[in-house]
Design a protein around this ligand. Structure first.
Ligand code: ATP
Ligand code: MG
Length: 298
């Protein structure tokens, strides 16, 4: 990856509205892959600052790869990516990453309290209980957290290993009770983890540095209602940010979308609004009807 020297945001473009992108003839193959066809083929598209984009397409069509190129996790094998009107490789990579919030299926939690797991989205404000609480609400995590005995102070993966010594025989000993409590790991579901990670992203927004939010199916572990709520909460704070969603359940997002990008076999096959694409005989109406039937058919 080329190391640029220009700080982001820069005076070009319109960073106060969000990050903008222009892709020209982008091809991408994963390094070392055995696949003969590239993951992205000749992708050209424009995303304006502050737009809300929904990327749709069947499994393996290149949606996540496109998100990784936009988030500058990878550079294209060939073709150009412009960010705010400049070649993306001219920017300092860490600046771009600092301006990007990527919500994916990766739901990594740290061996810290829930409060810290959320607050670390914006380390300067980790002690601000009100802000962390608000982020927990926006991420949809507050409900399950409030049901935990220790609430926000709960440690999910305790690093303390209790040693039993002679206590295991003496269940009446006062320390036995303490040890027993330490031994119990609190485990939460995949969807609940996802909500904590989402809350951490909302906390990141508080830094005011986020210009691009990429949401790549963070919701696979979420039920339909939680997903809808999460998307609505993201849309509420979209001001000053470009939002790109990848989801197979996109029906409720189409009304907000400035553009729908439909992918097939690594290429963009259709681009437009829901109305523009729905009445054409293409891939999009097919995908739309499939995901809609998943909701209506019982
Ligand atoms: N890390 C990787 N290494 C090698 N090939 C990969 C890697 N990730 C994805 N691919 C391949 O690149 C192509 C595009 O994959 P991508 O993950 O972008 O699809 P997708 O549209 O996000 O699919 P899904 O709906 O299943 O998430 C596929 O052929 C896939 O097998
Ligand atoms: Mg994917």
């Amino acid at each position: 990856m080329n190391a640029g020297i220009i700080p982001y945001p820069h005076s070009t473009g319109n960073p106060s509205r969000g990050m903008s992108f222009e892709l020209g003839g982008v091809n991408f193959s994963y390094p070392g892959t055995q696949k003969t066809s590239p993951a992205l083929k000749d992708v050209s598209l424009t995303i304006q600052a502050g737009q809300l984009i929904v990327i749709v397409g069947s499994n393996g069509s290149g949606k996540s790869t496109l998100i990784r190129i936009l988030s500058r996790l990878y550079d294209p094998t060939s073709g150009t990516v412009q960010i705010d009107g400049r070649p993306s490789e001219e920017y300092i990579v860490s600046d771009l990453h600092e301006a990007t919030a990527l919500l994916s299926q990766d739901n990594q939690l740290y061996p810290l309290s829930l409060h810290e797991n959320i607050g670390l989205g914006y380390p300067d404000k980790v002690k601000d209980i009100g802000l962390v609480q608000q982020a927990a609400e926006q991420g949809g995590a507050i409900e399950f957290i409030s049901k935990l005995k220790d609430g926000m102070s709960t440690f999910l993966e305790p690093i303390i290993q209790p040693f039993q010594i002679n206590l295991y025989r003496n269940k009446t000993h006062v320390l036995y009770k303490e040890m027993d409590a330490l031994r119990k790991n609190i485990d939460i579901s995949g969807g609940e983890r996802q909500k904590v990670v989402a809350a951490r992203s909302f906390m990141r927004f508080q830094s005011g540095k986020i210009k691009f939010v990429a949401v790549d199916e963070p919701s696979s572990a979420l039920d339909a209602e939680s997903e809808l709520k999460l998307f609505e909460n993201l849309i509420k704070v979209r001001d000053g940010k470009t939002l790109v969603f990848v989801t197979h359940r996109f029906g409720h997002l189409t009304k907000y979308a400035d553009q729908i990008i439909c992918m097939k076999d690594g290429s963009v096959c259709e681009v437009g609004s829901h109305e523009e694409l729905f009445n054409k005989d293409g891939e999009y109406p097919k995908l739309y009807k499939i995901q809609a039937s998943a909701f209506t058919a019982q």
